[in-house]
Design a protein around this ligand. Structure first.
Ligand SMILES: [Zn+2]
Length: 282
């Protein structure tokens, strides 16, 4: 028994003793080794996210929109709100990625990104930042080369690759601006919705029973209890295919912004690794 405990109480990576604090399952590593473990995998985490997770909101939203066109009215409402939910989550993902990439000098990307939760402060900071910051400075903060500096920062890229990266960075800036163009009201709405349930038990066809304005027949809403204000808040949308198409378009822009951001960051990362291996005679 004592032996098993002492076996468990050393760091898997560096072998230093760990304090168990009486937990049944002690930590696998010391805090410093875990930090290093995560940081060491940031590039692979990003490329894995770029391969699959980054497009997940778009895939679900597009599929829901296609299904909605043929669906009976109650199903249309469920699918419409589901698309809205993907919009909120896509925004949370993009803002979280932006936040994590900017913080990568001191925090592992995987940790900052996965722990990120959209709230008022982070939504407003993102909208204000992107609106107020010139493109070149935005790129500096993200550690992405300015467009006139790509060839110098990434000397191993072919002319064609420089052109591709240039195009990706250009598109990323456009998509970021499109995302924040709706202003701070949109940021606040997003932040509020991010903390609420969109589908399932929170859905309603009618809101008059909540002592509030009634919904039109083409509308659907979600209910959330606001304990602070002691009210019930409603988020209503109308099931309008053209509007939902626009929402899917906005999800598409956010997805593309994230993809291009990762592409640029990984290109720079590869370049830095290459430079390091040359210095080390590899
Ligand atoms: Zn350790």
């Amino acid at each position: 028994m004592d032996d098993a405990r002492s076996l468990e109480s050393i760091c898997r990576d560096c072998g230093r003793p760990l304090s168990l604090h009486g937990e049944q399952h002690g930590p696998a590593r010391c805090a410093a080794c875990f930090d290093g473990f995560l940081r060491h995998r940031d590039a692979e985490f990003l490329s894995s996210y770029a391969e699959l997770g980054v497009a997940s909101r778009r895939i679900i939203a597009e599929t829901s929109l296609r299904a909605l066109v043929m669906a009976p009215p109650p199903h249309r409402k469920v699918l419409a709100m589901h698309i809205m939910e993907q919009y909120v989550q896509a925004a949370g993902d993009l803002i979280g990625l932006y936040h994590a990439l900017r913080a990568r000098g001191h925090t592992a990307v995987m940790r900052a990104f996965l722990a990120f939760r959209l709230d008022r402060a982070s939504a407003l900071a993102f909208f204000r930042d992107v609106r107020a910051t010139p493109g070149a400075e935005l790129l500096d903060a993200l550690g992405i080369p300015r467009q006139d500096d790509i060839a110098r920062r990434c000397p191993s890229l072919s002319k064609g690759d420089v052109k591709d990266l240039d195009r990706a960075i250009h598109q990323m800036l456009i998509d970021l601006r499109t995302t924040v163009d709706q202003g701070e009201t949109a940021a606040l709405a997003l932040a509020q919705m991010a903390g609420e349930e969109r589908t399932g038990k929170a859905l309603t066809n009618q809101s008059r029973w909540l002592d509030t304005v009634g919904l039109r027949p083409d509308q659907v809403a979600t209910i959330a209890i606001d304990e602070r204000r002691r009210t019930v808040s409603l988020t209503a949308i109308s099931v309008d295919e053209r509007k939902l198409q626009k929402t899917v378009g906005a999800i598409d822009a956010m997805t593309r912004a994230a993809q291009n951001m990762i592409y640029a960051v990984l290109t720079v990362h590869q370049e830095e690794e290459r430079a390091k291996s040359i210095v080390h005679g590899g």
